[in-house]
Design a protein. Structure first.
Ligand SMILES: Nc1ncnc2c1ncn2[C@@H]1O[C@H](COP(=O)(O)OP(=O)(O)OP(=O)(O)O)[C@@H](O)[C@H]1O
Ligand SMILES: [Mg+2]
Length: 358
Protein backbone atom coordinates (compact mmCIF):
# COMPACT_ATOMS: atom_id res chain seq x y z
CA UNK A 1 0.00 0.00 0.00
CA UNK A 2 1.25 3.45 -0.83
CA UNK A 3 2.23 5.57 2.13
CA UNK A 4 0.32 8.86 2.39
CA UNK A 5 2.42 12.01 2.08
CA UNK A 6 1.81 14.27 5.05
CA UNK A 7 2.98 17.78 5.89
CA UNK A 8 3.26 18.14 9.64
CA UNK A 9 4.19 21.28 11.52
CA UNK A 10 5.68 20.92 14.98
CA UNK A 11 5.46 24.00 17.18
CA UNK A 12 7.98 23.29 19.90
CA UNK A 13 10.74 25.39 21.45
CA UNK A 14 12.76 22.42 22.75
CA UNK A 15 15.30 21.62 20.07
CA UNK A 16 15.89 18.10 21.42
CA UNK A 17 12.19 17.27 21.19
CA UNK A 18 12.06 18.58 17.64
CA UNK A 19 15.07 16.52 16.66
CA UNK A 20 13.56 13.38 18.18
CA UNK A 21 10.38 13.98 16.23
CA UNK A 22 12.34 14.51 13.02
CA UNK A 23 14.13 11.20 13.56
CA UNK A 24 10.87 9.34 14.26
CA UNK A 25 9.22 10.65 11.12
CA UNK A 26 12.26 9.94 8.94
CA UNK A 27 12.14 6.27 9.85
CA UNK A 28 8.35 5.90 9.87
CA UNK A 29 6.78 3.26 7.62
CA UNK A 30 3.26 4.64 8.20
CA UNK A 31 3.54 7.76 6.08
CA UNK A 32 5.95 9.90 4.13
CA UNK A 33 6.21 12.76 6.59
CA UNK A 34 7.52 16.18 5.75
CA UNK A 35 8.24 17.97 8.99
CA UNK A 36 8.11 21.75 9.26
CA UNK A 37 9.41 23.24 12.47
CA UNK A 38 8.57 26.37 14.45
CA UNK A 39 10.22 27.33 17.74
CA UNK A 40 7.60 29.84 18.89
CA UNK A 41 3.85 30.42 18.74
CA UNK A 42 4.11 33.38 16.39
CA UNK A 43 6.42 31.48 14.09
CA UNK A 44 4.01 28.52 14.14
CA UNK A 45 0.99 30.70 13.33
CA UNK A 46 2.88 32.27 10.43
CA UNK A 47 3.75 28.84 8.98
CA UNK A 48 0.16 27.62 9.51
CA UNK A 49 -1.13 30.64 7.60
CA UNK A 50 0.83 29.64 4.50
CA UNK A 51 -1.43 26.58 4.28
CA UNK A 52 -0.62 23.15 2.88
CA UNK A 53 -0.43 21.55 6.34
CA UNK A 54 -2.11 18.25 7.15
CA UNK A 55 -1.76 18.68 10.89
CA UNK A 56 0.00 20.52 13.69
CA UNK A 57 1.80 19.08 16.71
CA UNK A 58 1.61 21.67 19.43
CA UNK A 59 3.71 21.89 22.56
CA UNK A 60 1.93 23.40 25.54
CA UNK A 61 4.61 25.68 26.96
CA UNK A 62 5.85 27.99 24.20
CA UNK A 63 8.17 30.92 24.88
CA UNK A 64 5.77 33.61 23.61
CA UNK A 65 2.35 32.12 24.35
CA UNK A 66 0.66 29.06 25.79
CA UNK A 67 -0.64 26.27 23.58
CA UNK A 68 -4.17 27.37 24.51
CA UNK A 69 -3.50 30.90 23.21
CA UNK A 70 -2.07 29.40 20.06
CA UNK A 71 -5.29 27.41 19.56
CA UNK A 72 -7.48 30.44 19.99
CA UNK A 73 -5.47 32.37 17.38
CA UNK A 74 -5.55 29.55 14.85
CA UNK A 75 -8.45 29.94 12.36
CA UNK A 76 -11.22 27.36 12.85
CA UNK A 77 -10.75 26.09 9.34
CA UNK A 78 -7.07 25.42 10.08
CA UNK A 79 -5.49 21.97 10.11
CA UNK A 80 -6.26 19.59 13.01
CA UNK A 81 -4.04 20.05 16.05
CA UNK A 82 -2.57 17.38 18.31
CA UNK A 83 -1.51 18.75 21.67
CA UNK A 84 1.70 17.43 23.20
CA UNK A 85 1.49 17.78 26.96
CA UNK A 86 3.58 16.92 29.99
CA UNK A 87 2.85 13.76 31.96
CA UNK A 88 0.68 15.39 34.62
CA UNK A 89 -1.40 17.67 32.42
CA UNK A 90 -4.72 15.91 31.94
CA UNK A 91 -6.50 19.20 32.70
CA UNK A 92 -4.50 21.03 30.08
CA UNK A 93 -5.33 18.35 27.53
CA UNK A 94 -9.04 18.54 28.33
CA UNK A 95 -8.99 22.34 28.03
CA UNK A 96 -7.07 22.12 24.75
CA UNK A 97 -9.68 19.73 23.32
CA UNK A 98 -12.41 22.16 24.35
CA UNK A 99 -10.61 24.93 22.51
CA UNK A 100 -10.41 23.03 19.28
CA UNK A 101 -7.48 20.59 19.53
CA UNK A 102 -8.50 17.32 17.87
CA UNK A 103 -6.33 15.01 20.00
CA UNK A 104 -3.48 14.96 22.48
CA UNK A 105 -0.49 12.86 23.47
CA UNK A 106 1.31 12.80 26.75
CA UNK A 107 5.09 13.26 26.38
CA UNK A 108 7.04 10.94 28.61
CA UNK A 109 10.66 11.71 29.50
CA UNK A 110 12.05 8.71 27.66
CA UNK A 111 10.40 9.58 24.39
CA UNK A 112 8.27 6.42 24.21
CA UNK A 113 5.33 8.47 22.93
CA UNK A 114 7.29 9.01 19.73
CA UNK A 115 6.86 5.39 18.65
CA UNK A 116 3.09 5.85 18.77
CA UNK A 117 3.05 9.31 17.25
CA UNK A 118 2.79 8.40 13.52
CA UNK A 119 -0.12 6.01 14.08
CA UNK A 120 -1.83 8.54 16.35
CA UNK A 121 -1.51 11.21 13.65
CA UNK A 122 -3.03 8.93 11.02
CA UNK A 123 -5.91 8.08 13.35
CA UNK A 124 -6.54 11.75 14.05
CA UNK A 125 -6.58 12.54 10.32
CA UNK A 126 -9.02 9.69 9.67
CA UNK A 127 -11.33 11.07 12.34
CA UNK A 128 -10.97 14.55 10.89
CA UNK A 129 -11.98 13.27 7.44
CA UNK A 130 -15.05 11.58 8.91
CA UNK A 131 -15.97 14.74 10.75
CA UNK A 132 -15.50 16.85 7.61
CA UNK A 133 -17.72 14.43 5.70
CA UNK A 134 -20.40 14.62 8.36
CA UNK A 135 -20.28 18.42 8.39
CA UNK A 136 -20.54 18.56 4.62
CA UNK A 137 -23.49 16.17 4.66
CA UNK A 138 -25.21 18.26 7.32
CA UNK A 139 -24.68 21.43 5.33
CA UNK A 140 -26.10 19.73 2.22
CA UNK A 141 -29.14 18.49 4.14
CA UNK A 142 -29.72 21.96 5.45
CA UNK A 143 -29.56 23.40 1.95
CA UNK A 144 -31.98 20.76 0.73
CA UNK A 145 -34.43 21.48 3.55
CA UNK A 146 -34.32 25.20 2.78
CA UNK A 147 -34.86 24.50 -0.89
CA UNK A 148 -37.85 22.28 -0.19
CA UNK A 149 -39.22 24.93 2.11
CA UNK A 150 -39.15 27.50 -0.67
CA UNK A 151 -40.74 25.04 -3.10
CA UNK A 152 -43.50 24.40 -0.59
CA UNK A 153 -44.07 28.09 -0.15
CA UNK A 154 -44.31 28.66 -3.92
CA UNK A 155 -46.66 25.72 -4.19
CA UNK A 156 -48.92 27.13 -1.48
CA UNK A 157 -49.01 30.44 -3.30
CA UNK A 158 -49.87 28.76 -6.59
CA UNK A 159 -52.63 26.60 -5.09
CA UNK A 160 -54.09 29.61 -3.27
CA UNK A 161 -54.12 31.53 -6.54
CA UNK A 162 -55.77 28.66 -8.39
CA UNK A 163 -58.47 28.12 -5.78
CA UNK A 164 -59.13 31.84 -5.76
CA UNK A 165 -59.41 32.15 -9.53
CA UNK A 166 -61.22 28.90 -10.34
CA UNK A 167 -63.32 27.87 -7.37
CA UNK A 168 -63.86 31.37 -5.99
CA UNK A 169 -65.08 32.56 -9.37
CA UNK A 170 -67.45 29.63 -9.80
CA UNK A 171 -69.03 30.04 -6.38
CA UNK A 172 -69.53 33.75 -6.84
CA UNK A 173 -71.20 32.95 -10.18
CA UNK A 174 -73.50 30.37 -8.61
CA UNK A 175 -74.48 32.74 -5.85
CA UNK A 176 -75.24 35.50 -8.37
CA UNK A 177 -77.44 33.15 -10.48
CA UNK A 178 -79.41 32.08 -7.42
CA UNK A 179 -79.87 35.74 -6.48
CA UNK A 180 -81.22 36.55 -9.92
CA UNK A 181 -83.56 33.52 -9.81
CA UNK A 182 -84.94 34.64 -6.44
CA UNK A 183 -85.45 38.16 -7.73
CA UNK A 184 -87.25 36.96 -10.87
CA UNK A 185 -89.61 34.81 -8.83
CA UNK A 186 -90.76 38.04 -7.17
CA UNK A 187 -91.59 36.77 -3.67
CA UNK A 188 -92.78 33.36 -4.90
CA UNK A 189 -89.35 31.79 -4.92
CA UNK A 190 -88.87 28.29 -3.57
CA UNK A 191 -87.41 28.58 -0.03
CA UNK A 192 -84.81 26.02 -1.16
CA UNK A 193 -83.32 28.76 -3.33
CA UNK A 194 -82.61 30.96 -0.29
CA UNK A 195 -81.09 27.93 1.42
CA UNK A 196 -78.86 27.42 -1.61
CA UNK A 197 -77.83 31.09 -1.57
CA UNK A 198 -76.83 30.70 2.10
CA UNK A 199 -74.81 27.57 1.31
CA UNK A 200 -73.05 29.31 -1.57
CA UNK A 201 -72.16 32.17 0.79
CA UNK A 202 -70.74 29.68 3.33
CA UNK A 203 -68.73 28.02 0.59
CA UNK A 204 -67.29 31.39 -0.47
CA UNK A 205 -66.26 32.12 3.12
CA UNK A 206 -64.65 28.68 3.42
CA UNK A 207 -62.72 29.16 0.22
CA UNK A 208 -61.49 32.52 1.49
CA UNK A 209 -60.31 30.95 4.72
CA UNK A 210 -58.52 28.11 2.94
CA UNK A 211 -56.78 30.60 0.68
CA UNK A 212 -55.56 32.80 3.51
CA UNK A 213 -54.46 29.76 5.51
CA UNK A 214 -52.38 28.66 2.56
CA UNK A 215 -50.77 32.03 2.12
CA UNK A 216 -52.13 35.23 3.61
CA UNK A 217 -52.20 37.81 0.84
CA UNK A 218 -51.62 40.52 3.42
CA UNK A 219 -48.06 39.18 3.72
CA UNK A 220 -47.40 39.93 0.07
CA UNK A 221 -49.40 43.13 -0.06
CA UNK A 222 -48.71 44.85 3.25
CA UNK A 223 -45.62 43.07 4.51
CA UNK A 224 -44.62 41.06 7.55
CA UNK A 225 -45.75 43.36 10.35
CA UNK A 226 -49.27 43.88 9.07
CA UNK A 227 -49.47 40.15 8.41
CA UNK A 228 -48.41 39.34 11.98
CA UNK A 229 -51.00 41.73 13.40
CA UNK A 230 -53.64 40.26 11.15
CA UNK A 231 -52.65 36.72 12.11
CA UNK A 232 -52.64 37.54 15.84
CA UNK A 233 -56.20 38.80 15.42
CA UNK A 234 -57.21 35.61 13.62
CA UNK A 235 -55.71 33.47 16.38
CA UNK A 236 -57.50 35.52 19.02
CA UNK A 237 -60.82 35.13 17.20
CA UNK A 238 -60.47 31.42 16.62
CA UNK A 239 -59.03 30.38 19.98
CA UNK A 240 -60.26 32.95 22.45
CA UNK A 241 -56.68 33.69 23.46
CA UNK A 242 -55.75 37.32 24.15
CA UNK A 243 -53.17 37.87 21.49
CA UNK A 244 -51.38 41.15 20.90
CA UNK A 245 -48.46 42.56 18.93
CA UNK A 246 -45.97 45.22 19.94
CA UNK A 247 -43.87 46.15 16.94
CA UNK A 248 -41.35 48.87 17.83
CA UNK A 249 -40.96 51.58 15.16
CA UNK A 250 -37.30 50.64 14.58
CA UNK A 251 -38.45 47.14 13.60
CA UNK A 252 -41.53 48.29 11.71
CA UNK A 253 -39.43 50.48 9.40
CA UNK A 254 -37.24 47.56 8.34
CA UNK A 255 -37.66 46.55 4.73
CA UNK A 256 -37.33 42.79 4.86
CA UNK A 257 -37.01 40.76 1.69
CA UNK A 258 -39.63 38.17 0.73
CA UNK A 259 -37.56 35.22 1.98
CA UNK A 260 -37.04 36.67 5.44
CA UNK A 261 -40.61 37.96 5.72
CA UNK A 262 -42.05 34.57 4.88
CA UNK A 263 -39.65 32.80 7.25
CA UNK A 264 -40.49 35.12 10.14
CA UNK A 265 -44.21 34.87 9.48
CA UNK A 266 -44.10 31.05 9.37
CA UNK A 267 -42.02 30.86 12.55
CA UNK A 268 -44.34 33.12 14.54
CA UNK A 269 -47.31 31.27 13.08
CA UNK A 270 -45.87 27.93 14.21
CA UNK A 271 -45.05 29.44 17.62
CA UNK A 272 -48.64 30.64 18.04
CA UNK A 273 -49.99 27.25 16.93
CA UNK A 274 -47.90 25.68 19.69
CA UNK A 275 -49.27 28.14 22.24
CA UNK A 276 -52.83 27.31 21.23
CA UNK A 277 -52.16 23.56 21.19
CA UNK A 278 -49.93 23.06 24.19
CA UNK A 279 -49.62 26.06 26.50
CA UNK A 280 -53.10 26.33 28.12
CA UNK A 281 -52.40 30.05 28.10
CA UNK A 282 -54.84 32.94 28.42
CA UNK A 283 -52.64 35.52 26.73
CA UNK A 284 -49.76 35.72 24.33
CA UNK A 285 -47.66 38.73 23.37
CA UNK A 286 -45.58 39.15 20.23
CA UNK A 287 -42.77 41.69 20.54
CA UNK A 288 -40.47 42.89 17.81
CA UNK A 289 -37.62 45.37 18.12
CA UNK A 290 -34.07 46.01 17.01
CA UNK A 291 -30.83 45.85 18.93
CA UNK A 292 -27.12 45.62 18.19
CA UNK A 293 -27.47 41.96 17.17
CA UNK A 294 -30.18 42.71 14.62
CA UNK A 295 -33.88 42.04 14.69
CA UNK A 296 -35.45 40.41 17.73
CA UNK A 297 -38.87 38.84 18.01
CA UNK A 298 -40.33 37.16 21.05
CA UNK A 299 -43.58 35.27 21.45
CA UNK A 300 -44.35 35.03 25.16
CA UNK A 301 -47.30 33.10 26.60
CA UNK A 302 -48.55 32.81 30.17
CA UNK A 303 -49.28 29.10 29.99
CA UNK A 304 -48.04 25.97 31.73
CA UNK A 305 -44.45 26.53 30.69
CA UNK A 306 -41.99 24.23 29.06
CA UNK A 307 -39.40 21.82 30.44
CA UNK A 308 -36.13 20.68 28.89
CA UNK A 309 -37.54 17.20 29.08
CA UNK A 310 -40.65 18.03 27.08
CA UNK A 311 -38.49 19.79 24.50
CA UNK A 312 -36.21 16.79 24.16
CA UNK A 313 -38.94 14.19 24.35
CA UNK A 314 -40.35 12.88 21.14
CA UNK A 315 -39.61 14.29 17.77
CA UNK A 316 -40.16 18.03 18.16
CA UNK A 317 -40.27 18.60 14.43
CA UNK A 318 -42.19 21.83 14.80
CA UNK A 319 -39.47 23.41 16.91
CA UNK A 320 -36.62 21.84 14.92
CA UNK A 321 -38.21 23.16 11.73
CA UNK A 322 -38.46 26.66 13.19
CA UNK A 323 -34.82 26.54 14.28
CA UNK A 324 -33.64 25.38 10.88
CA UNK A 325 -35.60 28.09 9.10
CA UNK A 326 -34.06 30.79 11.27
CA UNK A 327 -30.56 29.31 10.99
CA UNK A 328 -30.80 29.36 7.24
CA UNK A 329 -30.77 33.17 7.46
CA UNK A 330 -27.95 33.18 10.02
CA UNK A 331 -30.27 33.71 12.98
CA UNK A 332 -31.02 31.82 16.13
CA UNK A 333 -34.16 30.62 17.88
CA UNK A 334 -34.61 29.45 21.44
CA UNK A 335 -37.62 28.20 23.35
CA UNK A 336 -37.16 29.07 27.01
CA UNK A 337 -39.19 29.37 30.21
CA UNK A 338 -40.69 32.87 30.35
CA UNK A 339 -39.45 35.35 32.95
CA UNK A 340 -42.88 35.54 34.57
CA UNK A 341 -43.84 31.91 33.89
CA UNK A 342 -45.16 30.45 30.68
CA UNK A 343 -43.00 29.89 27.64
CA UNK A 344 -41.09 32.36 25.50
CA UNK A 345 -39.90 31.87 21.98
CA UNK A 346 -36.88 34.06 21.30
CA UNK A 347 -35.74 34.79 17.83
CA UNK A 348 -32.74 36.80 16.76
CA UNK A 349 -31.92 37.61 13.16
CA UNK A 350 -28.78 39.44 12.02
CA UNK A 351 -29.46 42.25 9.61
CA UNK A 352 -26.20 42.36 7.67
CA UNK A 353 -26.84 43.89 4.33
CA UNK A 354 -30.30 45.10 5.38
CA UNK A 355 -29.02 48.08 7.33
CA UNK A 356 -29.74 50.62 4.65
CA UNK A 357 -33.44 50.44 5.32
CA UNK A 358 -36.20 52.96 4.91
N1 LIG B 1 -45.79 27.38 24.13
C1 LIG B 1 -45.66 26.14 24.65
N2 LIG B 1 -46.07 25.88 25.93
C2 LIG B 1 -45.95 24.65 26.45
N3 LIG B 1 -45.40 23.60 25.80
C3 LIG B 1 -44.98 23.79 24.54
C4 LIG B 1 -45.06 25.07 23.90
N4 LIG B 1 -44.53 24.95 22.66
C5 LIG B 1 -44.14 23.68 22.54
N5 LIG B 1 -44.39 22.96 23.66
C6 LIG B 1 -44.04 21.56 23.90
O1 LIG B 1 -42.96 21.21 23.08
C7 LIG B 1 -43.30 20.09 22.29
C8 LIG B 1 -42.65 20.18 20.95
O2 LIG B 1 -43.25 21.18 20.13
P1 LIG B 1 -43.22 21.02 18.55
O3 LIG B 1 -43.86 22.20 17.93
O4 LIG B 1 -41.84 20.74 18.15
O5 LIG B 1 -44.06 19.70 18.29
P2 LIG B 1 -45.64 19.51 18.30
O6 LIG B 1 -46.31 20.85 18.36
O7 LIG B 1 -45.95 18.54 19.40
O8 LIG B 1 -45.88 18.82 16.92
P3 LIG B 1 -45.78 19.51 15.47
O9 LIG B 1 -44.69 18.76 14.79
O10 LIG B 1 -47.11 19.31 14.85
O11 LIG B 1 -45.44 20.96 15.65
C9 LIG B 1 -44.81 20.08 22.25
O12 LIG B 1 -45.32 18.79 22.05
C10 LIG B 1 -45.18 20.62 23.61
O13 LIG B 1 -45.16 19.60 24.58
MG1 LIG C 1 -45.79 22.41 17.01
Amino acid sequence: MERPALNVLIVEDDVVDRMACRRTFASSQDAAFTLLEADSGQHGLAVAQQGQLDCILLDYGLPDMSGLEFLSQLPQSGPPVMMLTGADSAMVAAEAMRRGARDYMVKDGEGRYLTQLPAAILRMLREQRLLDGKRRAEAELRKLAAHQESIREDERKRIAQEIHDELGGLLTGIKAYIGVAIERAGGKADPLLSEAAGLAQDAIATVRRVITDLRPSVLDQLGLWAALEWHAEQVAQRSGLRCSCRIEPDAAELELDAGRSTMLFRVVQEGLTNVVRHAHASAVLIDAWRDAAGLRITVADDGIGITEERLRNGASWGIIGMQERVRHFGGELQIVPGEAGGTTLRLQLPLDGLEGTA
